[in-house]
Design a protein around this ligand. Structure first.
Ligand SMILES: [Zn+2]
Length: 161
C-alpha cells in the first residue's frame, strides 16, 4: 500500500492527513528507509526505477516538502528492509541521503554520491557497441568525469547523455 502526497502538501501537513478514511502516520517507519533530500519532482521517477511499486509494504512519497537547503525536496519512506539499489539511486539523484531506520530510530545516515560504476541501469546508444550485439552482456558504465557527471560505456567508451 502506498500514498502520494503532492502539489505543495508539505511533510508537516501530510503527517496526519486522512486519506480514504485511513489515517496514515507516515512517521511510523519501524524498520526501513527514509530517502531524504530528493530533488523536488523526482520522487515518482525514483519510486518506479527502484521497483518500489512492487513492494507489499507501506511506501510513502512526500512531494515538495520544505527544505532548508534547497527550498523544496521530495522524500520517500519505505517501511521494510529491502535491498535498496544505492548505485541506481545515486546515479539518478546524487544529493540524496538515505536514513536507515531500525526499531523506530535512525541508526545510520548515508550520504549518497555518484557511483563509480553502474550496471544495467542505462543502455549504450552506440549501435556498433558490442552490447547491442551481445544481448546477454551487462550494460556497464564507468564514471570518468565526476565534475561533469560523465559516464562512459565500459566497452566502447561512448558517453552517456
Ligand atoms: Zn557501448
Amino acid at each position: 500500500m502506498w500514498k502520494i502526497y503532492k502539489n505543495g502538501v508539505n511533510f508537516e501537513i501530510a503527517r496526519n492527513k486522512v486519506i480514504g478514511g485511513l489515517k496514515m502516520n507516515i512517521d511510523s517507519i519501524k524498520n526501513g528507509y527514509v530517502i531524504d533530500h530528493i530533488t523536488a519532482g523526482k520522487a515518482m521517477e525514483i519510486y518506479e526505477a527502484l521497483g518500489l511499486n512492487t513492494l507489499d509494504c507501506q511506501v510513502a512519497i512526500i512531494s515538495n516538502a520544505k527544505s532548508q537547503k534547497t527550498g523544496k525536496k521530495d522524500i520517500i519512506k519505505i517501511d521494510k528492509n529491502i535491498d535498496l539499489d544505492l548505485d541506481k539511486l545515486g546515479f539518478m539523484d546524487p544529493r540524496v541521503t538515505v536514513n536507515i531506520v531500525k526499531d523506530d530510530e535512525i541508526v545510520e545516515k548515508k550520504k549518497i554520491d555518484l557511483p563509480e560504476k553502474i550496471v544495467n541501469v542505462a543502455k549504450c546508444k552506440n549501435p556498433r557497441c558490442i552490447t547491442s550485439v551481445e544481448r546477454d552482456l551487462d550494460q556497464v558504465f564507468i564514471l570518468t568525469d565526476k565534475l561533469n557527471s560523465i559516464y562512459r560505456c565500459k566497452y566502447c567508451e561512448m558517453s552517456l547523455k
